[in-house]
Design a binder for this molecule. Structure first.
Ligand SMILES: Cc1cc2nc3c(=O)[nH]c(=O)nc-3n(C[C@H](O)[C@H](O)[C@H](O)COP(=O)(O)OP(=O)(O)OC[C@H]3O[C@@H](n4cnc5c(N)ncnc54)[C@H](O)[C@@H]3O)c2cc1C
Length: 294
């Protein structure tokens, strides 16, 4: 059994901010191979695609966070918010320095014991924490709570999220789309402008089209997205590579006004389902919870 005073499930912005500010012994458990959660960069042949949040809100919470991560000098601004031109994952990677994180460790169930919470994972180890914090989007955290037979107030079940279906595309030649693209697309983001890939694009379907394509076979969804992408050009370019990516949880459609909640004794929920209902909620909620638990 591996013990920590506080176990934090998830090493996205929320979990990382919480761990950095907690003045107690803590351990992060993250199911993915890397940190960052919905701030994600896919590498193909050493070149990158920012296919998670491509921007974050341009306000003092996020600017201060980049400063804390010593990345403020690299920060760029667009009409959609602020970003790091060499990939958004620079932010979580930098925030993760010095923290104790168990990657590739998915928490499968929680059980209350006399001394705290016992966490069962998809690996051989069990973890014990006096306090436990779940930082995943509420619907995902609730799946875990339901599986663990921990009761959840109805109000928490009302939080739902938008989805995103996107294509990562590499053209054969360097090209620039002659915007305007169809309103069926949310955005066509050039990875060349991000200094990530000279011929790379992230093509994201609108919320409505994402909803429509989400459960379709991947080849079909990709075909729809590619035809919308090619329609952005008067002379459609030849493609060298295409891949489909899906996010079940992008941003909450509605969120809870509090920064965190204690769903059972010493079992806490926070993340972007709370407070501002976007990445700022993850950061502020985590910082306030760190104060409460320290
Ligand atoms: C395409 C896209 C566009 C976006 N655009 C914007 C935007 O413009 N503005 C904005 O503010 N926000 C945007 N967001 C949302 C933003 O990325 C999130 O608000 C923020 O990153 C949330 O951080 P978090 O730590 O709260 O959650 P997450 O990043 O989801 O982190 C939760 C972590 O928990 C891990 N986890 C989940 N379950 C388990 C388990 N059982 N065991 C172990 N680990 C687990 C996950 O792997 C993940 O790493 C966007 C997101 C996406 C996907």
């Amino acid at each position: 059994m591996i013990s920590a005073d506080v176990l934090i499930v998830g090493a996205g912005l929320s979990g990382l901010c919480l761990a950095r500010e907690l003045k107690r012994d803590c351990l992060l458990l993250e199911k993915s191979r890397g940190v960052g959660g919905r701030i994600a960069t896919r590498r193909i042949d050493d070149l990158g695609f920012d296919h998670g949040a491509p921007n974050l809100p341009d306000d003092s919470t996020i600017r201060n966070l980049f400063q804390e991560a010593r990345l403020h000098e690299a920060l760029r601004t667009s009409s959609a918010g602020v970003y790091h031109p060499e990939s958004m994952t620079q932010l979580p990677k930098s925030l993760a320095k010095g923290l104790t994180i168990r990657k590739s460790t998915k928490v499968e169930a929680l059980r209350r014991t006399a001394s705290g919470w016992e966490l069962q994972t998809d690996g051989p180890e069990m973890f014990l924490g006096r306090d436990v914090v779940l930082t995943a989007p509420l619907p995902q955290a609730i799946e875990l709570l339901d599986r663990s037979r921990i009761s959840v107030p109805d109000q928490l079940r009302r939080v739902t999220y938008t989805k995103a279906v996107m294509a990562l595309v590499i053209t054969q030649e360097v090209v620039a789309p002659e915007l305007k693209c169809s309103p069926r697309l949310h955005s066509v983001l050039s990875m060349r402008e991000r200094r990530l890939h000279p011929r790379g694009f992230v093509v994201r379907a609108s919320d409505a089209l994402s909803e429509e394509l989400f459960d379709r076979p991947e080849a079909q969804a990709l075909e729809v997205l590619l035809s919308e992408f090619l329609a952005c050009f008067s002379t459609p370019p030849a493609l060298a590579f295409q891949e489909l990516k899906k996010w079940r949880y992008v941003l909450p459609k509605t969120h809870l006004s509090v920064p965190y909640t204690e769903v059972s004794e010493s079992l806490w929920l926070t993340g972007d389902s709370f407070h501002f209902g976007d990445a700022r909620g993850s950061v502020v909620g985590a910082k306030l919870l760190a104060k409460k638990l320290s």
